[in-house]
Write a protein that binds this ligand. Structure first.
Ligand SMILES: Cc1cc2nc3c(=O)[nH]c(=O)nc-3n(C[C@H](O)[C@H](O)[C@H](O)COP(=O)(O)O)c2cc1C
Length: 359
């Protein structure tokens, strides 16, 4: 049996168990279609989509591929109102607005709704092969409706405890998201501190503690990483950062530049850009908010205040306020089209397993 023929590829109706991570801020329709056409599983991150844009975008992807596509939503809690914290935060941010001579600071505003009944209606209408959730699963009656349509359900765990919760709540497969991972931590039932576990430790423990297929995520950039994940019990891998350097990704030139210089740079977890811990390449805002996490309002309100600053600085060629999401292996990125990247990942992994078979 070939390394890529397994329960996950069978259930998802894909050739290779290589998933392009849903990246609401960066993955384009073209990227998702290219990965699925190459035999992997392309994903659409729909969390920041307006409701009316979800179905047209899905249809646009389906016009580019006949293969399975994963649709992804966030299941965060609505932000708490905390006027004292908001005031302190606005006072802190004011200096940046003065520096860039932007007269009006927008108020904190909800930039995305968690998965709700309206999303559910659209999802059931789209009826994809697979849906994935970040920050836990939606409520049980939603899960029941999704299961009634035989849509495969995936969600991320950052601790063994979270993996068990996901399995008990109806996840068909679980992503073990290591601390190396770029973008938001999927943590939902543990403290962020408890979720600071590298993939080499997290993955085999989740494999042992559950009985559903486990997908490894975090810092995987090539065939060596994929083979290692499979040796530790994974049935699939989910790569985000590695796909950011593909020309199909919707990544700004400043972000691309930071990725290409990432061997000289550090990635860190920060709440500075969205109010929720996420890993990105260190830049000015990330650094300057490092010791001020207590005054940062809840996800997803912060983005409305940071966006004008990011735009103003970007127009001057500076990435100071951009969320430069990236995992710890960013410097291993290859600047090649998604189809080529999937092919290369499969060839690299196959040659490693062939080496072991022959030695
Ligand atoms: C730019 C970026 C955006 C992301 N957005 C999402 C998202 O919308 N939904 C989601 O489930 N995961 C998201 N993630 C996390 C990925 O699913 C995955 O855990 C991570 O990319 C794996 O680590 P790697 O980036 O080192 O490959 C994002 C990751 C990145 C890098």
């Amino acid at each position: 049996m070939r390394w890529f023929d397994n329960v996950l590829t069978k259930n998802l109706n894909i050739k290779y168990p290589i998933i392009q991570a849903p990246m609401a801020s960066a993955a384009s329709l073209e990227l998702a279609a290219a990965v699925s056409n190459a035999g992997g599983l392309g994903s659409l991150g729909l969390s920041y989509h307006k409701l009316g844009d979800i179905l047209p975008d899905y249809e646009a992807v389906l016009s580019m591929t006949n293969h399975s596509i994963n649709l992804n939503f966030m299941t965060h809690k609505n932000p708490r109102k905390n006027d004292i914290q908001a005031k302190k935060y606005m006072n802190e941010i004011k200096k940046y607005y003065e520096e860039y001579k932007i007269s009006e600071i927008p108020s904190l505003a909800n930039t995305t709704e968690p998965f709700n009944s309206k999303h559910l209606d659209i999802l059931l209408k789209m009826n994809p092969k697979v849906v994935s959730f970040h920050f836990g699963l939606p409520e049980s009656n939603y899960i029941k409706s999704i299961k009634n349509q035989n849509i495969y359900i995936i969600s991320s765990a950052t601790t063994i405890k979270e993996a068990k919760i996901l399995e008990d709540s109806g996840a068909d497969a679980i992503i073990a998201q290591g601390f190396e991972a770029g973008g938001h931590r999927g943590t939902f039932a543990s403290s962020y501190k408890e979720g600071e576990i590298g993939l080499f430790s997290l993955l085999p423990q989740i494999v042992d503690a559950t009985s559903v297929p486990i997908i490894a995520a975090g810092g995987i950039a090539n065939g060596k990483g994929i083979a290692a994940a499979f040796m530790l019990g994974a049935k699939g891998v989910q790569l985000g950062t590695a796909f950011l350097s593909c020309p199909e990704a919707s990544v700004s030139p400043l972000w691309k530049n930071a990725l290409s210089e990432s061997s000289e740079k550090e990635t860190r977890i920060t709440k500075a850009f969205t109010g929720r811990p996420a890993r990105g390449i260190v830049n000015r805002l990330l650094d300057e908010m490092e010791n001020k996490t207590d005054i940062i309002p809840d996800f997803p309100t912060v983005g409305s205040v940071i966006k004008p600053l990011a735009n103003a600085a970007s127009s001057k060629g500076r990435d100071d306020f951009l969320s430069l999401w990236a995992g710890q292996s960013a410097s291993m990125n290859r600047n090649i089209p998604a189809k080529k990247l999937v092919k290369l990942l499969v060839e690299e992994t196959s040659s490693i397993f062939k080496y072991f078979r022959n030695s």
